[in-house]
Structure formats: C-alpha cells, structure tokens
Ligand binder design. Structure first.
Ligand SMILES: [Zn+2]
Length: 116
C-alpha cells in the first residue's frame, strides 16, 4: 500500500464513522425515551416488577448495542479497509502516527507501506 492509498483509506474510515456516531446518539436518545415511559408508568401504576423488568431489559439491550456500535463496527471497518497491521493486528490509523513517518507499524515494526 502506498502512502497516498493509506491516506485515502484513512479518510474513508473517518467518513464511515459518521454512521456509528449517529447510531450511538440515537441509542442514547432511546435510553431517554425508555426512561420517560418508565417514569410515566410509575406515576400511573407505581413501581411494579413488569416496569422494572422492561426497564432493565431495555437498558441492557441499548447498552449492548452502544458497545457494538462503538467497539465492533469501527474495528470491522478498519479491517475491511486494510488499516490494521497484517502481522500484529494493531490499528494503523490516526492513533499510530509513526506509520506515515516511517511506513512501519508502531507496535511490531513491520513494513506496512511501500518504500518511497
Ligand atoms: Zn504490527
């Protein structure tokens, strides 16, 4: 991979992260909606086991989806774009600035970019 190709892939990665960011924000709002519904239900019928169960299940599901959106989706996209080290699997994007300077992985020193 050349440095130009590497930079193009990094740009594509950054652009692709808008969708997971919006999904995370949507899930955050969904947690607020669930809380409002739970508060209204508690005002009507009080604290009962159905309300607590639905609330706990909703928060668990929303939390798992938030984790998926923030941890797994970006990692999968990095692998799809070839922005991980082929030897050690370390990220080669912005957190590892030595890649653009030396063309080598900052973790295991494997040559990942073509020499100039
Ligand atoms: Zn490496």
């Amino acid at each position: 991979m050349t440095i130009e190709d590497f930079n193009a892939r990094r740009l594509a990665y950054r652009r692709s992260q808008v969708v997971p960011g919006l999904a995370f924000f949507g899930l955050f709002c969904a947690a607020g909606v669930v809380t409002v519904f739970a508060a209204k239900r508690m005002d009507r019928v009080g604290l009962d086991s159905v309300g607590v169960g639905v609330l706990a299940a909703s928060y668990t599901l929303i939390g798992l989806l938030m984790y998926y959106v923030l941890a797994w989706v970006p990692r999968r996209r990095l692998v799809q774009l070839g922005l991980t080290c082929p030897k050690c699997g370390a990220r080669l994007n912005g957190l590892n600035p030595s890649v653009t300077a030396s063309g080598r992985c900052g973790c295991c020193d494997t040559q990942v970019l073509e020499s100039r």
